[in-house]
Structures are given as C-alpha cells and as structure tokens.
Write a protein that binds this ligand. Structure first.
Ligand SMILES: Cc1cc2nc3c(=O)[nH]c(=O)nc-3n(C[C@H](O)[C@H](O)[C@H](O)COP(=O)(O)O)c2cc1C
Length: 459
C-alpha cells in the first residue's frame, strides 16, 4: 500500500510538504476515536523478546524515531502507534527559529538518501512545552536540545540549560545536539572543553532534581577516530549517560547521484544508505573503548532489518530511524521487530539444542560408568594400601559412584529445554499472542543496565 500508492504521492511533493502532511494526518487520526488503536493494530509489533531496559527506562522495543521528524513534539503519541519503541523530538532551541531558506531538504533516490540543511528550524521551547503537556500515554519521549543559531558559541551553554530545565519534567531522556548548525565550526564543536561547558550545567541542574533524566550526547559521523575516542572519554569521565551516534554526514564520497545534481543541491548533511557503514563503525569504536558498559543509540543509514542487526551487533542498545522510514515506509519498524523476534527465537532454539546435547553426553558418560565392571580386587588389602579411598577425596571414589552423581549434574541444564519450549511459543508476529513465560528477564543484558555512576540519583 505504502510503496504502491502513498510513497509515489508523497515523493511527488517537496519533502518538507510531504512531511507536514504526514504529521497533520497523524494528528487528525489521533483525534478520531479509535484512530490510534487502528494504527497500532496495523503497524505495531509487541513481544516480550523485544523489550529492552536501557538507562533505567523500559523500552517496548529498541527501534526509535530519530530527531528531526517530530521537531516540535506534536505527534509523539500518534508516531508511537506506528510501532516505534520511543520517539526523539527536536532539536528544540529556546526561541523559535525558521532555519535556512527553502528548498533545504532534498531526496537522492539513487542513493536512498536525503540531503538537508534545515538549520534546526523549530517552534521553540514554549510551543514544545504546550505539545508535551498533552498526555503521551506512556510513550518514551527523548528530547533533543540545541542552541539558537544567533546565539554566540560562548553563550551556548545557557541556551542548552534553558531548554533542559524547562523540559525536564516532560521528557524521559535528553540528547545534547552539539552538531553544528551553519553558524559554527565542526572542530570547535567537538573540543572537549566546549562540550563540557555545555554538559556541566546540565549535570548540576539534574543533581538538584528528584527525578533522574539520562543525558545523551549526539555526535557527527565526520569526526576523525581520535575525536570519537576523545568524546567517548567524556562518557567515561563525567556523569554523561550515553551517546547517540550519528547525525548526517557532510561527506559526498561514493554517491551514485551525479556531481552536477549534487552541486545544484549545494551544502547539507546526508543521511540514509551512504551513512550506514560509518555510523556502525563509530558505534563499534565507542562500544569497544567504553568497555560495552554505556548505552549507545545507533542511528544512521538503517534501511533494513540487516542494517539494524549490524548496528546492534556493533554494540548499540537501541536504534533510531529516519531516512530508512521515508524510503521504506511504516512497515519497516514491524519488519525490524519481527526480524529481532526471529533472531531471539533462533538463539533460544540453539541454546536449547546445545543444552539437550550436553544432557545426552552426560547421560552417556553416566551410563558407561554404571556399566563398567567393578575392578577385580584379588587382594583388597593391597589396593587399599595403594589408593586409600576416603569420603573426603571424591577423586578417588570407586568408579561406580559417579553413576549416582552425574545424573544430578546432567539435570542442571534442564532450564534450557524450558527455553526451547519458550522458543516454540514465540509467534511469527506480535498479533498472534504472547509466550507462556516471561523471557523479559533473559532479554535484559547486564550491559543494558543504567550506567553505575550517579545511580543514587536515579528515580
Ligand atoms: C530532514 C532531517 C531533519 C533532521 N533534523 C535533525 C534535528 O533537528 N536534530 C538532530 O539531532 N538530527 C536531525 N536529523 C538527523 C537524524 O536524526 C539522523 O541522525 C540522521 O538523519 C541519520 O539517520 P538516518 O540515516 O536514519 O536518516 C535530521 C535528519 C533529516 C533527514
């Protein structure tokens, strides 16, 4: 339906107009009784195997909507009914700003990419508060915060703090967007001192609050590796909770779109398929350097379930989509979720198979031991003298004894056949039902626990 009818229609409009229509459509559906229920029924996939606990929040699935789609927090509830596990709104700046002149967003269909130089256009803090005041039905909302383009860099920390403190009670986590608008230089944005000047007032404000809000830092894919490492060290050395990697790239290498078309489009960040490899690489680097203990949200060029698998394998705890969603449509989230359920199903089946094989091996050993004839002891006195058998020394017990012990050991993995049973219960899609047991506990990896620092502050 999306590919055949809706996509050609939307792609015939300018990307910003198409985007506006989608947001308006979702808001209207949200007003119709049963509208959100219907969308949820059509697109959302629910399953305990998808649940993730990351920085103290329980996500219904790890697939979120990236910043820039719902810039003013207008349609979080409606977007969540399309199956997203969380929605990141923004970038929100203190004052409304109109951004760069239009046209400023372009499709590159040959590359399955988008170029944008929107310049952080948004309706500002006050409008966002108005939108977020409406109940959002337990949807996890992250808020991406930035500074106004006209704010000079030395006053940037005050802009970030203003948005942070005013939205603190309305968002579940925050992402600090230090990526440049067109008013700043990239190298200056990634200087550790500059980043710390922005982050420290946020940490100070959070210390005085009853509720803990995780703070993430969003980074550019154009950082050289040593800068990625430097930014990761900020994560290790401060109460920063995690990293969102990555934003769009300024790099134009390897594109299929003609040089002439690119020159006509002009400057802007590219997102979508050309970004996949670098985004995954950066996530892997951050994950390795931070010892896999800090939350990472992987974003950039996730166009298929396989891209998401690669991102999760690289160390991301959660992922976000933007351009992939534009090109593939609303089924993408469900496809990804179903692929992740299938992976979990396979993992459980393999674990169950391995456990069954181990059980069989132990049973065979026990059987062989039981069948082994007792050692001929013509002169028991001599044998006793050579190898004294004592109750304290199990290694020297008569060979018949392990036949009693081994089955007990073999019984250990019986938890895994239960896993096999669970695997067999995992349905093809969420709509078909829930497993009889709660695999949620198994899905919560030690790595996805909230960062240990400042745990005292957690709500
Ligand atoms: C039209 C558009 C607007 C965006 N606006 C923002 C923004 O305001 N703040 C932000 O942090 N990222 C913004 N992004 C970047 C995305 O959140 C994401 O990091 C990037 O597009 C890479 O993901 P993707 O390849 O899945 O699109 C925007 C991206 C696009 C395409």
């Amino acid at each position: 339906m999306y590919r055949k009818f809706i996509k050609p229609l939307l792609f015939s409009l300018s990307i910003e107009r198409a985007h506006r229509i989608v947001i308006l459509f979702l808001r209207v559906v949200g007003l119709i009784p049963g509208g959100r229920w219907l969308l949820h029924k059509c697109y959302a996939v629910e399953h305990p195997a998808l649940e993730r606990e990351v920085f103290g929040l329980r996500f219904p699935n790890p697939v979120g909507l990236a910043a820039g789609f719902d810039r003013n927090g207008e349609a979080c509830r409606e977007l969540a009914t399309l199956g997203f596990g969380f929605i990141e709104i923004g970038t929100v700046t203190p004052q409304p700003q109109s951004g760069n002149p239009r046209p400023r967003v372009f499709r590159l269909p040959k590359d399955r990419a988008i170029v944008q130089r929107i310049g952080l256009a948004n309706r500002g803090l006050a409008a966002t508060i108005r939108h977020l005041r409406r109940p959002h039905d337990g949807v996890i909302v992250g808020c991406n915060i930035g500074k106004n383009t006209t704010t000079p860099p030395e006053q940037a920390p005050a802009d970030y703090l203003k948005v942070f403190r005013n939205l603190y009670q309305y968002a579940d986590y925050f992402t600090v967007n230090i990526n440049c608008d067109n008013a700043c230089r990239e190298s200056a944005a990634y200087a550790s001192s500059h980043i710390l000047k922005i982050l420290e007032p946020l940490f100070d404000f959070r210390r005085g609050q009853n509720q803990y809000r995780p703070i993430m830092l969003k980074v550019s894919p154009d950082m050289p590796d040593e800068v990625v490492d430097r930014v990761t060290d900020i994560l290790l050395e401060t109460p920063l909770d995690g990293i969102v990697a990555t934003n769009g790239t300024n790099c134009r290498d390897g594109l299929q779109t003609s040089r002439m078309s690119l020159e006509k489009i002009g400057s802007g960040r590219i997102s979508g398929a050309p970004l996949t490899r670098r985004a995954v690489e950066i996530v892997r680097r951050i994950h390795t350097r931070s010892g896999g203990t800090y939350p990472i949200i992987g974003v950039g060029g996730l166009m298929t379930p396989d891209d998401v698998r690669a991102m999760l394998d690289a160390g991301a705890d959660l992922v976000q989509l933007y351009t992939g969603y534009i090109y593939e449509g609303p089924r993408l989230v469900g496809d990804i979720c179903r692929a992740l359920i299938a992976d979990e199903q396979q993992r459980l089946q393999e674990a169950a198979k391995a456990a069954a094989a181990e059980q069989q091996r132990l049973q065979e050993i026990a059987k062989a031991a039981a069948e082994q004839p007792a050692k001929p002891t013509s002169d028991p006195a001599v044998v006793v003298a050579e190898t004294p058998v004592t109750a304290e020394d199990p290694a020297t017990r008569p060979t018949s004894e392990p036949a009693v012990e081994k089955p007990a050991k073999a019984a250990e993995p019986t938890a895994e056949p239960a896993a096999a049973e669970k695997a067999a219960n995992i349905p093809e899609s969420s709509d078909s039902g829930l497993p009889t047991t709660d695999p949620g506990a198994e899905m919560t990896s030690a790595r996805s626990e909230p960062a240990p620092h400042e745990s005292g502050e957690q709500a």
